[in-house]
Write a protein that binds this ligand. Sequence first.
Ligand code: SF4
Ligand code: SF4
Ligand code: SF4
Length: 484
Amino acid sequence: MIWETYPFTRNIHVYRQGGLNLAYDVNSGSLHALDDKAYAWLGEIISFQAKYPREAAKPGRLLAGTGRELTAVERSEILGEFERLAREGTLFSAGAELPPPGTGAARPRLKSLCLHLAHDCNLACRYCFAGAGAFGGERELMSPATGQKALDLLLTRSGEKAAVEVDFFGGEPLLNAAVMRGLVDYGRRAAAAAGKRINFTLTTNALQMDEDISDWLEREKIGLVLSIDGRPAVHDRMRPRPDGRGSYDAVLPALLRTARRRAGASPYAVGAYYYARGTYTRYNKDFDRDVLHLADLGVNRISVEPVVGAGAGLDLGPEDLPEICASYDRLGEAYLAYAAAGRPFSFFHFNAGLEDGPCLAKRLKGCGAGLEYIAVAPNGDIYPCHQFVGRAEWRLGSVWAEPAEPAAPAAETVRRLAAAHVLAKVECRDCWCRFVCAGGCHAANVAATGDLLHVYDLGCRLQRKRFEVACYIRAREALAGGAA
Ligand code: SF4
Ligand code: SF4
Ligand code: SF4
């Protein structure tokens, strides 16, 4: 092993969680539970290299300058184990840090489309990034013709891809339910004619999701993301109707109906996918209680996200981190306890794909906004994703004036998005979480820093915390199953 030159600090993350000593190997994506002595020594090695990089690079100094509390036998045993893991490629592994595939490609293939069926809403959420549904513009609904144009664009621009995805979004898309139904029929026919598969998802506040719409969604195998913030008081405080009344009691039946109907199916089966999705603010930093409230109601797929850019005293700051992290810690333990008690639920951010192994292309590319993914506003304007809709400087064109190649300003925006990959960001290059988070959310980064190439610091800290807990859960599961 080349101890003196291995970049420990950027390639290994060590931390303690729930009584386990964990080491995450960044390049291989492997996780190890270490005993106290091996953990302490590895931590010392990493700190020594970070503190004295020149000294650590001298032959023999790293080993000589660390682990002094250990006996010769202990050192030899631990080193032997480290070397075995290194040979196996799961610790101290080398990085293949190539430029992201597709970067610089003139026109990437589209894979998914966010269709803003309605820039209008029947709720008045206090944190609404869409300006209560209108995205800073006029309230309007998408016409069938615009929706069809957008679907044609997706199918044409998807090139050789065999399957495409469409998310019906808003505002509240069910305010335009008849157009949505028509577009599902149109999309299925157009995809079949193009020899492709097309899958649909609806993101809704569920206020208008009556039995008839629920039945149609099941029949048509439409994926669902239903917004609910958790406990009734939390939800009603943040998600009132325009007249100030709460909406919890009105949206819950649709969520429970969906949870009941989709409980048994694999979440990966087309049409069985659903998530209850909440937002937490500084008023519910104990959001683990909101997640468990939903789990106790029988909702078994749950996601909550921190509010971003809401102002009005709702945004989270660095001073909130201890409480937020404590909530993720408690949620991790509850997740394990519920599973052990035979009541498992899926929490979106704990679904760490450690077992999938590294896929360099996927890990480097990020979310694909503006490249593989676009959003289309009701008037047909195209944006890199839903978070950019209505912002003139991010407009990429229109489905009604779609040229063979994007006009120069739009092409430049696409080029900038492609170039804003994880290894292009100063803060990300040495971050141990770089292949998991892929450089964060472009929209959040721009909102926080004004720059695609700099990151939203609070978002980073939460990303890393969530992944630490996700790894801890995998380690506990592996230990319970007898794996080392
Ligand atoms: S349901 Fe969505 S679009 Fe409507 S007000 Fe709430 S956050 Fe905004
Ligand atoms: S965005 Fe933040 S958490 Fe993600 S890789 Fe970059 S520095 Fe790390
Ligand atoms: S920029 Fe952010 S919100 Fe938009 S698709 Fe990417 S991760 Fe999602």
